[in-house]
Design a protein around this ligand. Structure first.
Ligand code: ATP
Ligand code: MG
Length: 422
């Protein structure tokens, strides 16, 4: 019979990689929590209108990248292409935005109908932080600092931060008009994507990777020429905060986001290891979104880390930070209970360990060979001789040590010694 295959662009993680995914999720969320961000759990399906109203009708995401379908009652639903809109929708609905400033985080899969390639899938994983009700750029500084702390901790390859200010919605409208006036007479020289964006999403033209388009843009109007005094002051304050916190950054005046809700501060973390999909974290302010979704007028800011891309940009992809693994081997069938007992004692006394016991008598040589191949760290071997003496044979499989005869408490001491030394 023909095999059923995975849907194109869907996301699945092999057991050999899942430890890295869990480890990163745990570390990143621990850092979020240490800055007093609280976890919120959100649905994957939302009303299509949520994204039309927030991300924007003219954006690529809403225009052509959504997985949209009709519910049985004829309502238009979509798999979430991003989390910011759903998080604010839920926070308004739960009344969280009525209780003063609040910091939240969430993580999970997002869905966009894109052409799958390195660092771009139709189902991908994001970890995001959002903050509501904080005025001024100090919250943006905190968020950038928090992401910086995460990425420095993780030892990423060649990464850097780019920042920009998009100004207020009014600035964006004035600038869009000016750039349109500048580009329309020379429309034919633009790449086809940028031509199409002239009428739908003019700002996004700045993002074009086409060298010819970029050359044309160099001589055109710049968004910073349209910023209000307030936006300039905010941006300057953000820059001096980043200097103060010793976070390196570049100002990229062409940095725009593919979502309509942003204003003023926007930023992206990029890595040279990623090729053309080079942004692995992106964020900014979105002060008008709450009102747009029918909520109160409150300031908001957030960022999202794309975990798929973050993993590609890790310098050290090995999972040595993963838990140690131990196998218990019995040489006779009558030793089942002795095996179960030592396995359970180790599990109960050491947190950072995985213990495997298959419960059947096995051939020692082939079993050890297999355990080494499967990357086990330790083996405990129990034969009748050991049981009579009240000891266990213990082997550190990552070293050429001889087999040691140890008591139960010595076994635990040896393993915790190895764990602590790493
Ligand atoms: P891009 O310009 O690369 O398409 P974007 O502006 O559409 O990115 P955002 O909506 O800002 O991306 O999403 C934040 C982060 O989520 C990105 O920086 C990236 O790491 C990740 N991301 C977005 N789309 C995908 C995808 N299709 N596959 C994997 N990761 C993605
Ligand atoms: Mg995109």
């Amino acid at each position: 019979m023909k095999k059923i295959q995975k849907i194109r662009g869907a996301h699945e993680i092999n057991p050999s990689e899942s430890q890295t995914w869990s480890y990163l999720t745990k570390k990143i969320t621990e850092i979020f929590e240490s800055f007093s961000y609280q976890e919120i759990r959100l649905p994957i399906i939302e009303s299509t209108s949520l994204f039309q109203r927030s991300v924007g009708e003219g954006t690529d995401i809403v225009n052509k990248e959504m997985f949209t379908f009709e519910s049985k009652s004829g309502k238009s639903l979509s798999l979430r292409p991003e989390g910011t809109a759903g998080c604010l929708r839920a926070s308004i609905e739960m009344g969280l935005t009525d209780q003063g400033p609040i910091r939240l985080f969430y993580h999970g899969p997002m869905y966009r109908y894109e052409r799958p390639q390195k660092g771009r899938n139709r189902e991908f994983y994001q970890l995001s932080a959002e903050a509501y009700g904080f005025d001024g750029v100090n919250i943006d500084s905190e968020m950038i600092y928090m992401s910086y702390k995460i990425f420095s901790f993780l030892d990423l390859k060649d990464y850097y931060l780019e920042i920009n200010s998009l100004g207020s919605k009014e600035t964006q409208q004035n600038f869009s008009k000016a750039i349109k006036d500048y580009l329309i007479p020379i429309k034919d020289k633009l790449d086809p994507d940028s031509q199409a964006r002239l009428n739908s999403n003019t700002l996004r033209i700045l993002d074009s990777k086409n060298p010819e388009t970029q050359k044309i843009l160099k001589n055109g109007p710049k968004i910073f020429e349209f910023l209000s005094q307030k936006s300039i002051e905010d941006f300057d304050l953000l820059r001096s905060n980043l200097d103060e916190m010793k976070i390196p950054y570049k100002v990229n005046n062409n940095l725009v986001r593919g979502l309509d809700y942003y204003n003023d501060v926007v930023y992206e973390w990029k890595s040279k290891a990623l090729g053309s999909q080079n942004t692995f974290c992106a964020g900014g302010r979105y002060d008008s979104l709450s009102k747009n979704l029918g909520g109160r007028d409150i300031p908001a800011a957030g960022f999202s880390i794309g975990l798929d891309r973050l993993i590609i940009s890790l310098s050290d992809q090995d999972t040595s930070k993963a838990k140690k693994r131990l196998i218990v081997i019995i040489l006779e069938d009558n030793l089942l209970h002795a095996g179960l007992e030592i396995a359970e004692t180790i599990r109960n006394n050491l947190e950072e360990i995985v213990v495997r016991f298959d419960g059947v008598k096995s051939n020692l040589k082939s079993q050890l060979k297999k355990a080494i191949k499967e990357n086990y760290d330790f083996a405990i071997i129990i034969g009748n001789e050991e049981i009579n003496k009240g000891v266990y044979s213990f082997k550190n499989l990552k070293k050429d040590d001889n087999q040691l005869s140890l008591t139960k408490s010595e076994v635990i001491k040896s393993i915790s010694g190895v764990i602590e030394n790493e």
